[in-house]
Design a binder for this molecule. Structure first.
Ligand code: OFO
Length: 163
């Protein structure tokens, strides 16, 4: 049985993961409009992953006899100045998500909820990967530079397959 405070913070995370999914979906749609099929593909895949994260929280809360509430999702932005700004935002967003995962773990420790401490570890590890994959894309972008975005777009298309 989940303690109320833990149930509340886990429910808040459903909203954050849902927003992550919609944010990356909005970014994917923008990238497609810019003719960047590779970037769009990377972001669509990311949006799917975030949806899967959201569902993991729904499943876990209900499995522990809590009640997962499906929230309204705030509207994501529609436009980005360029692809550099967009990927900086991806990394910043992932850092924000890592902080909220850490907050869940900290609360589970405080509340003596060993099951949640154990369960949330998957997300602790996942966030290391998410931050690192966003950073990898930024590093590539910086290496390739503004004038070779076509090459970057082809390159990122294969990135998810290799991961
Ligand atoms: Fe990007 O890991 Fe979930 O939100």
């Amino acid at each position: 049985m989940l303690k109320p405070k833990v149930e509340k913070i886990l429910n808040e995370q459903i909203q954050k993961e849902g927003y992550s999914s919609f944010l990356y979906l909005a970014m994917a749609s923008w990238a497609e409009g810019q003719g960047m099929a590779g970037v769009a593909q990377w972001l669509y895949a990311q949006a799917e992953e975030e949806k899967m994260h959201m569902l993991k929280f729904v499943d876990y809360i209900n499995e522990r006899n809590g009640r997962a509430i499906i929230p309204a999702i705030d509207k994501a932005p529609e436009d980005w100045k360029d692809i550099f700004v967009l990927f900086d935002e991806v990394l910043e967003h992932e850092k924000y998500i890592s902080e909220s995962i850490n907050d869940i773990l900290a609360l589970a420790i405080k509340e003596n909820d060993f099951a949640t401490q154990n369960w949330i570890q998957w997300f602790v590890t996942e966030q290391i990967e998410e931050e690192s994959s966003a950073q990898n894309v930024i590093d590539k972008l910086n290496l390739i530079g503004k004038h070779n975005l076509y090459v970057f777009d082809r390159d990122i298309m294969n990135l998810r397959v290799e991961e």
